[in-house]
Design a protein around this ligand. Structure first.
Ligand SMILES: Cc1cc2nc3c(=O)[nH]c(=O)nc-3n(C[C@H](O)[C@H](O)[C@H](O)COP(=O)(O)O)c2cc1C
Length: 162
């Protein structure tokens, strides 16, 4: 049976843009969720976090995660939700993607942002997961995330998940 995993990265704490996307809910479709969480999280202070994330991007860092799913074999679709950090995904999302073989799986990227849209994240996911089908992503304005349910539903629906 087709099964969906929602994997997401989100940072609480101080947020200059008041972005509020925490995770997506897939209506009535049963889905497991996995939080991509760094062992050493970025600073709760926004400007410090910005610097730390930029350093990680420049260093092509792969921050260690608190945990990993044992396997993603049972999932055929992965909804991957993350904020735009410096034009792409947080490096921790790369850590997650590089840990598994996504061959034959479908990835639906959802990127919250404050103006940069998906950035290069779709391209970066395709490069990191060469065997996966990467669908056209959904950019969401983070500070308006609470009002984005209808576009999230439309996008999930268009991809056969609702
Ligand atoms: C380290 C960092 C870098 C960011 N870089 C960008 C960026 O390049 N472009 C953009 O539009 N928004 C950028 N943002 C804003 C976030 O993408 C936006 O606030 C997002 O909704 C945060 O999601 P979260 O609250 O779920 O963590 C950045 C935020 C942080 C903390």
């Amino acid at each position: 049976m087709a099964k969906t995993l929602i994997a997401y990265f989100s940072r609480a704490d101080e947020n200059y843009f008041a972005g509020a996307m925490r995770y997506v809910k897939v209506g009535n479709t049963p889905a497991d969720t996995f939080k991509i969480e760094m062992e050493t999280p970025y600073s709760p202070v926004y400007m410090t976090c910005i610097d730390e994330a930029k350093k990680d991007l420049r260093a092509k860092a792969r921050p260690a995660l608190v945990s990993m799913p044992d396997s993603i074999d049972e999932y055929d679709t992965i909804v991957l939700a993350y904020p735009n950090y410096w034009g792409t995904m947080p490096m921790a999302v790369f850590t997650f993607l590089e840990a598994f073989d996504f061959t034959g799986k479908t990835i639906l990227p959802l990127c919250t942002n404050e103006g940069s849209g998906m950035g290069s994240s779709e391209r970066d996911i395709k490069r990191t997961c060469p065997g996966a089908t990467v669908k056209s992503g959904l950019p969401i304005t983070g500070s308006n995330a609470a009002d984005s349910m209808s576009s999230v539903k439309r996008w999930l629906s268009a991809n056969g998940l609702l």
